[in-house]
Design a protein. Structure first.
Length: 374
């Protein structure tokens, strides 16, 4: 499985200027290569190289391999769309490879610039460090919000896979971000506290509308996004660990209609619109794949109003946000847990070795979403 590592660079003032200079010149060269190719109606790497390489070397002062990589950036764009000649952002990503980038131990990297090589300090977390030796191929230099990062792809071996004896269903919500079919609740409380703490400052800056206020708003948004990402990592890690330790796969709801399906009160709207549900499920999926835990997505429509005991599906079964009370059989439990158990059963139905053990009354009619078996 391929994963992307993000490594933060710590250039000094002179190095920052050199990185920005090579970034701007690289993207100018890529735009030039794209324009030459578009006018000549040639889109392959060898054809564009023949037309543009020497001009790029002479006009933009790039090293031989940076010129090749600039042409490669144009080629990649044409693979997606040949109807327009792209113009790249002046501070767009620069693609490096092992000929123009090398790592010096665990804390420095050597990068080719317009003025030769620069050895620049870098930092990364424990997770990245443990997988550092697996970095292969191309690495992207990215500049965002005043910081430089390297994005490197690594190939991580997957566990061979466990023989499962059931599924852990996961329901997504707002009051509780996730609830599993065992009844465990994942609140995301640290993120919500941060959002509430920033609420007053955010409103004040929005009213002010100055450039300084807008910069502060961006900082707040970045901080909250960081907290959300971290909390999604924590929740996904707990879910995958629970599933693996109990020999179960994970059943997730398809996100296609989630924002329509979840009804929220006015006071919860900001929390609802701000949570990165897709990111959470992506984290669960890749962590589960690495751990050898199967993941299935199912259509979650009506899981909140369907009784997990008798299968009755009535809107009135959902008393309120937190309570489920079946009008048919009288079954009562936490509404999110009931929904998670319905998701568990729908996932089980899609796993041939387990489907025979599910009560046929609970089989949903024609509303399952196809998903690849991991």
């Amino acid at each position: 499985m391929n994963l992307t590592l993000r490594l933060r660079l710590l250039p000094n003032g002179t190095q920052t200027a050199k990185l920005l200079a090579v970034m701007e010149r690289f993207n100018e060269a890529a735009t030039f290569a794209a324009q030459v190719a578009f006018e000549a109606k040639v889109y392959s790497q060898p054809s564009i190289h023949k037309l543009a390489y020497r001009a790029i070397r002479d006009r933009f002062g790039l090293s031989a391999q940076l010129a090749v990589r600039a042409i490669g950036k144009a080629v990649e764009t044409f693979r997606r769309d040949k109807t327009v000649g792209p113009v790249f952002k002046s501070r767009g990503a620069v693609t490096y490879d092992e000929r123009i980038l090398s790592f010096k131990g665990l804390d420095k990297v050597s990068l080719t610039t317009l003025d030769g090589r620069e050895v620049i300090a870098m930092v990364f977390g424990e997770y990245q460090g443990a997988r550092f030796d697996r970095i292969k191929g191309q690495v992207d230099l990215v500049y965002h919000a005043g910081q430089f990062h390297l994005y490197a792809t690594i190939k991580v071996p997957e566990d061979p896979g466990i023989e499962i004896r059931g599924f852990l269903g996961v329901d997504l919500g707002i009051v509780n971000l996730a609830t599993d079919s065992d009844g465990n609740v994942y609140t995301g409380e640290p993120v919500e506290k941060t959002r509430q703490r920033n609420h007053g400052a955010r409103r004040s800056f929005q009213k002010t509308g100055t450039k300084s206020a807008k910069r502060r708003l961006k900082k707040i948004a970045k901080r909250e996004a960081h907290f959300r990402r971290n909390e999604n990592h924590v929740i996904s890690k707990r879910l995958v660990a629970l599933a693996k330790d109990t020999d179960r796969g994970i059943g997730l709801e398809d996100l296609k209609h989630i924002r329509d399906r979840i009804t929220v009160r006015a006071k919860d709207r900001a929390k609802h619109s701000g949570w990165a549900f897709g990111q959470l499920l992506a984290f669960v999926t890749y962590k589960a794949t690495l751990a050898g835990v199967p993941v299935l997505t199912v259509d979650a429509r009506n899981t909140s109003r369907t009784c997990n005991v008798c299968g009755d599906c009535e809107k009135s079964n959902r008393k309120n946000q937190a309570e489920f009370l079946c009008k048919h059989c009288g079954h009562s439990e936490n509404a999110d847990r009931n929904a998670a158990r319905n998701i568990r059963d729908r996932a089980t139905l899609r796993w041939p070795d387990l489907a025979a053990g599910v009560d046929p009354r609970l089989k949903p009619s024609g509303n399952l979403v196809a998903s690849p078996r991991l």
